[in-house]
Write a protein that binds this ligand. Structure first.
Ligand code: SHN
Ligand code: NAI
Length: 257
């Protein structure tokens, strides 16, 4: 089916033609996806008045993009389901020491206990679970528990990311692309995570593994330059120019004859 502007067509609540929710199934073109969610299809928009993500004029107030070395930091994940497993993976990749607390934990999480980088306490969340952690991720399927975790963390000055009520916390996870030492993080500030993931995937098609070599090569050049003491202005001009040239080389069509 082709969308023809002006012709009568089925339009869903977000204005995508030929996508329709009917009898618990999502119809997209000729195929359909089962809707497993029991939640009502509509929810009220969040109208934030203060804090990151709040609106200042037309633009949402930006978050601070900051790369944190989590190697020496303890993190608590409250919940042991699918979302907790994804956040655990991300946190472990960043070297964090993670504690998980939940009455039921997925095998994918349980299996990681043997590595020593994850400890698991079976049971419901308790305030004492927050002791000594830098960051807490509230990812249970109980909104009241997630909210309690958020309130208690904020009170104690602990950073908190809340899976179902991001506005109750103060940070969130972006969609990330890694090419060796190059990291690209994409965020919509919680407004549409699926878009962040799609943008990341689109960038992945443009930024290949060659970029990992670029980082290595330029980092070695820079290391050498810093020992030569030519000054920041000189180093900046040289490294920016070389980076630009190498990127152009990667983008140029290859002669494979
Ligand atoms: C605020 C934030 C807090 C946080 O950090 O968790 C948050 C919140 C929520 N996500 C929800 C749903 C979905 N999240 C994803 C996917 C991802 N979500 C991620 C981050 C974030 N999600 C943070 C904002 C990041 C930003 O905006 O840029 C990614 C990028 C990174 C990661 O998770 O590591 C990861 C990409 C994974 C990858 O790498 O591919 C998909 C799509 C998919 O799975 O493909 C869906 C289904 C479609 C949809 O609903 O949008 C819901 C509703 C839950 C419900 O329906 O009950 C909430 C709660 C709410 O919005 O209230
Ligand atoms: N931020 C994001 O990227 C996304 C967030 N969500 C939201 O994340 C939440 C979790 O989703 P899933 O992982 O799919 O759920 P799930 O049902 O797979 O797991 C829920 C987990 O919470 C645990 N739990 C329940 N009560 C608890 C308590 N008192 N203390 C500690 N743990 C407790 C359960 O034992 C279970 O391990 C939901 O609210 C969902 O709406 C869903 C999709 C994406």
């Amino acid at each position: 089916m082709i969308y023809q502007p002006g012709k009568k067509s089925r339009i869903n609540s977000v204005g995508i033609p030929f996508v329709e929710l009917r009898d618990e199934r999502l119809y997209v073109g000729n195929s359909s996806i089962k809707n497993h969610d029991s939640a009502p299809p509509l929810r009220t928009a969040r109208h934030k008045v203060s804090g990151p993500g709040a609106f200042c004029g037309r633009e949402p107030m930006p978050y601070l993009a900051l790369n944190i070395d989590m190697g020496k930091r303890a993190v608590l994940i409250v919940g042991g389901g699918k979302v907790a497993a994804r956040k655990l993976q991300t946190l472990r990749e960043a070297g964090a020491v993670v504690r998980v607390v939940a009455p039921a934990v997925l095998p994918a999480i349980r299996e990681q206990e043997a590595s020593g980088a994850v400890t698991i306490r079976s049971g419901g969340y308790e305030t004492a679970d927050l002791d000594g952690v830098t960051l807490v991720v509230a990812a249970t399927d109980d909104p009241a528990v997630n909210r309690r975790v958020a309130l208690e963390a904020v009170e104690k000055g602990i950073l908190v990311s809340v899976a179902d009520q991001p506005e109750a916390g103060d940070c969130h996870f972006p969609a990330v692309l890694r090419r060796g030492g190059l990291e690209i993080a994409v965020s919509t500030g919680g407004r549409c995570p699926a878009l962040a993931a799609e943008v990341r995937d689109a960038i992945a098609g443009m930024i290949g593994n060659d970029y990992a070599d670029l980082v290595e090569q330029l980092a070695a050049d820079r290391e050498k330059l810093l020992t030569e003491g030519n000054g920041t202005t000189y180093n900046k001009a040289l490294l920016r120019t070389k980076a630009r040239c190498l990127i152009a080389e990667l983008s140029a069509p290859k002669d494979i004859s």
